[in-house]
Design a protein around this ligand. Structure first.
Ligand SMILES: [Zn+2]
Length: 280
């Protein structure tokens, strides 16, 4: 107690002098950094309502404890279970390419970087089986400049607005193998996947539908083209309408599952103050 009083005393004496002193200089602008700008959440919530592939086990949360303990404090804990490929998730390249990266092997610099947002929402509203073409990508470049090597390319269909209604998001709410041929939603055409990987050497490709390949795909060519080249995928993203065509930085970090072919993904975007938002 004695020592605290000795510390406080000089501060109290100094206080009137400080009150008369000129105001401190305004803080310098923070140095440019990764997190400078508005943050946008690109992940859906994981719950029993989250949309999963018709053949994949859905997300489950089991309450282990929730309430007051005999000792008089509150305590909550749960177990959860999920398949890798459901809700907002990462596809590791090994998902469709033997010998390519598993989740924990993907260098984190491949999951963080500048984003290019290709808005094909108008075409997708008119055609649920729409496949994003090379022409869509070159039209984007005409309007916005070249897609840089190492860009993270995000395909905006606005299907995320249909979440979590499986009938309109996937084309069916049926479950099991028999539901797979009933899937209808937009995706990336294999020629466009090849063009992005080979001519633009992009880091990663994401989309706000359930799959990089469109719903009617049976051979998943775009998955195979990208993952063979160790280009990871992000699926079931949301809020892409809040991002500018270029200028946002993406941080897309999955649960680090050793040997995983995919994993739940918490993805965010940092939108600089002067980005030209394409949004709502
Ligand atoms: Zn997947």
């Amino acid at each position: 107690m004695q020592s605290i009083r000795w510390i406080l005393l000089p501060l109290i004496v100094l206080a009137p002098a400080l009150a008369c002193a000129p105001p401190p200089p305004a803080p310098a602008a923070p140095p440019p950094g990764l997190l400078q700008g508005a943050l946008v959440d690109l992940s859906h919530e994981y719950s029993a309502d989250a949309i999963f592939w018709p053949t994949a086990e859905t997300f489950r949360l089991d309450v282990v404890a929730s309430g007051m303990t005999p000792e008089g404090y509150y305590y909550a804990a749960n177990n959860f279970a999920t398949s890798e490929h459901g809700g907002t998730h990462l596809d590791a390249p090994i998902h469709f390419a033997r010998g390519r990266w598993t989740v924990e092997q993907i260098p984190i610099e491949r999951l963080v970087g500048g984003a290019v947002v290709v808005d094909v929402s108008a075409a997708c509203a008119a055609q649920p089986d729409y496949q994003v073409s090379v022409a869509d990508l070159t039209a984007w470049e005409q309007a916005n400049g070249p897609i840089d090597e190492g860009a993270i390319v995000l395909i905006r269909t606005d299907y995320s607005r249909r979440w979590p209604d499986a009938d309109t998001y996937l084309g069916t709410s049926a479950r099991g193998e028999a539901a797979v041929p009933l899937l209808h939603f937009p995706g990336l055409h294999p020629d466009a996947a090849h063009w992005l990987a080979e001519t633009r050497r992009v880091k990663a490709v994401g989309i706000d539908t359930a799959s990089i390949d469109y719903g009617q795909s049976s051979h998943f060519e775009s998955h195979r083209i990208l993952y063979e080249r160790n280009v990871p995928g992000f699926e079931n993203l949301t809020n892409l309408d809040r991002l500018p065509a270029r200028g946002a930085t993406i941080v897309a970090l999955p649960m680090k599952i050793k040997g995983g072919s995919g994993a739940p993904l918490r993805a965010i975007a940092v939108v600089p103050p002067h980005g030209s938002a394409t949004g709502r």
